[in-house]
Design a protein around this ligand. Structure first.
Ligand code: SAM
Length: 246
């Protein structure tokens, strides 16, 4: 079933007013007509709606069933991704959005090869946010995860203080016992952070800062995973540990 994202300002009483690209998509691409049904996602919930009217520049959608579908995880996973090379971040965004991530923040780390100037950061962020929106639509998410601005590692450590749990998958960590122990601390409603190093991994000082910030150093197994594999794996582990709590 098609799913369209709107702002709360597009809602009045039990109706949504859809305009812009989605108006064109519904009217001219999907050629929907009055009575057709689809999902409208607003503020984290997805309502089942029927097409009530097609006006000159607005689709009027009438809510049939509120909160018809809620595919959000019972926790908020905030992925902090060491800025990787080339289009790896696009793959990381697509896959972790499918897995339920709440936000993704690129972090310029010591061993990040890519250096982005402010202009590049802006254009890249717009592209990354569009990838997150497309992945959210495809995976029937009720919200579009936020693509945050690129942070320095120092800024990331500051942000980490607001988290309930910070997981630090570290390539030099061993033994899965600490991983299971950390994941077992996941509780419904928590804000969970995951920090993943870039291709070059963590610098010693970065790991020490993460530990001082209360980060749990965890292993993702005996093998060295690519940064994109590690991001997807760690997010999937959190998704599993949170959904079994439901
Ligand atoms: N350059 C590092 C090396 O050769 O040891 C590898 C870094 S790895 C490509 C990128 C990131 O993925 C790491 O910084 C870590 O966050 C994560 N990662 C990869 N394999 C891991 C593992 N077995 N356990 C925990 N984290 C891992």
């Amino acid at each position: 079933m098609y799913n369209f994202f709107v702002e709360s300002s597009d809602k009045k009483d039990n109706r949504y007013f859809i305009s812009g690209d989605d108006y064109n998509h519904i009217k001219n691409v999907l050629r929907m007509s009055v009575g057709d049904t689809f999902l409208v996602s607003c503020d984290g919930a997805s309502d089942l709606c029927r097409l009530a009217a097609i006006e000159s520049d607005t689709i009027v959608a009438e809510i049939i069933e509120e909160n018809y579908q809620n595919t959000n995880l019972p926790i908020s996973i905030h992925l902090f991704q060491g800025l990787p090379k080339s289009d790896k971040l696009e793959l990381i965004i697509q896959k972790t959005v499918e897995l339920g991530v709440a936000s993704i923040t690129p972090v310029a780390m010591k061993r990040s090869i890519v250096k982005l100037d402010d202009k590049k950061k802006k254009t890249k962020r717009e592209r990354w946010q569009a990838i997150a929106a497309a992945a959210a639509k495809q995976s029937k998410r009720s919200v579009i995860p936020e693509l945050c601005e690129v942070l320095s590692y120092k800024q990331f450590i500051e942000k980490a203080k607001d988290l309930d749990l910070l997981l630090v998958p570290y390539e030099c960590a061993d033994k899965m016992a600490a991983t299971v122990d950390a994941l077992s601390q996941i509780k419904i409603g928590m804000n969970i952070g995951i920090i993943i190093g870039p291709e070059g991994g963590f610098d010693e000082t970065e790991i020490n800062l993460a530990k001082e910030a209360g980060g749990k150093i965890i292993s993702l197994g005996e093998r060295i995973l690519r940064t994109e594999t590690a991001a997807i794996t760690a997010t999937a582990m959190c998704m599993l540990y949170s959904e079994i709590k439901l």
